[in-house]
Design a protein around this ligand. Structure first.
Ligand SMILES: Cc1ncc(COP(=O)(O)O)c(C=O)c1O
Length: 434
């Protein structure tokens, strides 16, 4: 009842393009660890973490205390016209962790703004508005970031300040090169990049921007090394590489701290947001110093890196590193992937299981082929929820279940989630093959 009432009020005043999950959408009213409780008193294990943003989980004392301490100073905001101690400390930490030489950091309030800032830097530095992006990408909801989003479902407008050309590679499952072995797949994508540069651009391209694992695109995971191989071509032309780490950063992929590290490349810039603040609004770009400093006009983000967000982000980063959550993501991610691959063998509705660490995609298809089955994904979402598990959805065709629990996930919770998911998949497989 509480949900139905709030839903009708939501529908009356919120845009209809702001999608809600579930036939009967829920309000999350409290959380602890990896569990959340809804407005009607039901508790769930959370395998989506507010779209990977509650990276450490709910009600984490160290993070809440750091935020509270800043609130208790009476200062929530000062603007960047004044020195912000926590902002400088956080920038120092991120610059060092980035592996980018002479790195500098600019903070924003969202991932969209982070990517807008990176595009501004790359296009000014290179004096070109030409940008390369991967098909099936998602980079945000402003005009430039929508302009480099290669997913019809998230491109509400074709207006764009950048001139974009798309290259192959991110989404292997539906790629024309899908059946090639890894090395040949990479060669085919690199050849395509060369071809796009020669045919679709007028030469001086500013940058290639890429998600190491495509988030909204359904946790599409290209072979390791792809972006590194592409960078060799970019280097021949002086084209910059920007890694969008909004989803893949902070150890979530398990093997590495940054997703791009799986590709053996050090990018010129990386963008980040989501998990850094464990729910606080913070994003940013870390870039080579000369690239960051190339702007000749003022630029500012009023809320970017404010005292509360940066205090919470520092505490989050400490927690991630002190508890080696990256190692936990690697261990439990491997367990989940193995369990889901076993389910894939039993149930033909599962076309692909992919990902790294605690970033796992399950692509649902019509059994016997690879036709996308978005209705099956919707049903798995509902069935998982009915059994007490929240998961996400995505993919070009809305047919991919996305798993991204808080990185503090325990072994018992991983097993519980796997059991629920397998049961949900089995039910839906039964429905579609009946
Ligand atoms: C890879 C990636 N980049 C950028 C964004 C945009 O971030 P925000 O929604 O904070 O603007 C998202 C959001 O989902 C994302 O997944």
């Amino acid at each position: 009842m509480a949900h139905a009432d709030l839903l009708s009020r939501h529908r009356a005043v919120m845009p209809q393009w702001l999608a809600l999950y579930y036939d009967e959408p829920i309000e999350i009213t409290s959380g602890k660890g990896r569990h959340v409780t809804d407005g009607e008193g039901r508790t769930y294990l959370d395998f989506f973490a507010g779209i990977l943003t509650n990276a450490v989980g709910y009600d984490i004392a160290e993070i809440s205390d750091a935020i509270r301490a800043q609130v208790d100073t009476g200062v929530l905001h000062t603007s960047t016209l004044y020195l912000i101690r926590r902002q400088v400390e956080l920038a120092e930490r991120i610059a060092e962790l980035s592996g980018i030489p002479d790195a500098k950091v600019f903070f924003t309030a969202s991932g969209t703004e982070a990517n807008e800032a990176a595009l501004l830097l790359a296009t000014q530095y290179r004096r070109s508005n030409q940008v390369l992006a991967l098909r099936n990408s998602y980079h945000g909801r402003a005009f430039a970031t929508m302009g480099i989003t290669g997913n019809r479902g998230w491109s509400a407008s074709s207006l764009s300040p950048v001139n974009v050309s798309y290259v192959h590679g991110g989404y292997r499952y539906r790629s024309p090169f899908r059946d090639l072995p890894d090395a040949d797949y990479i060669t085919a994508c690199v050849d395509d990049l060369r071809d796009v540069l020669a045919t679709a651009t007028s030469g001086d391209v500013a940058c290639l921007i890429a998600e190491p694992i495509q988030g909204v695109g359904g946790f599409a995971t290209p072979p390791d090394g792809l972006l590194g191989a592409m960078k060799e071509v970019l280097d021949e032309h002086g084209i910059l590489l920007v890694a969008d780490e909004v989803q893949t950063g902070w150890g979530r992929t398990g093997e590495h701290f940054w997703g791009i590290q799986a590709h053996g490349a050090v990018p010129d810039a990386m963008t980040f947001a989501k998990g850094l603040g464990n729910g606080l609004t913070i994003g940013g770009v870390v870039a080579r110093g000369e690239l960051m400093d190339c702007l000749t006009a003022n630029s500012i983000s009023t809320f970017g890196g404010n005292p509360v967000s940066t205090a919470g982000a520092l505490a989050t980063l400490d927690y991630v590193l002190d508890h080696d959550l990256q190692a936990n993501a690697a261990k439990l991610g491997a367990r989940l992937l193995a369990g889901l691959r076993a389910a894939q063998e039993r149930y033909g509705v599962v076309g692909d299981v992919r990902g790294k660490g605690l970033m796992i995609g399950i692509e649902l298809v019509r059994p016997g082929g690879t036709d996308p089955a978005p209705e099956a994904a919707g049903r798995v979402l509902e069935e998982a929820r009915r059994r007490g598990l929240l998961v996400g959805k995505g993919g070009l065709y809305g047919n991919v279940i996305r798993l991204a629990p808080p990185m503090t996930l325990t072994e018992a919770e991983a097993e519980e989630g796997l059991e629920i998911l397998t049961a949900a998949i089995a039910t839906v497989h039964g429905e579609v093959t009946r």
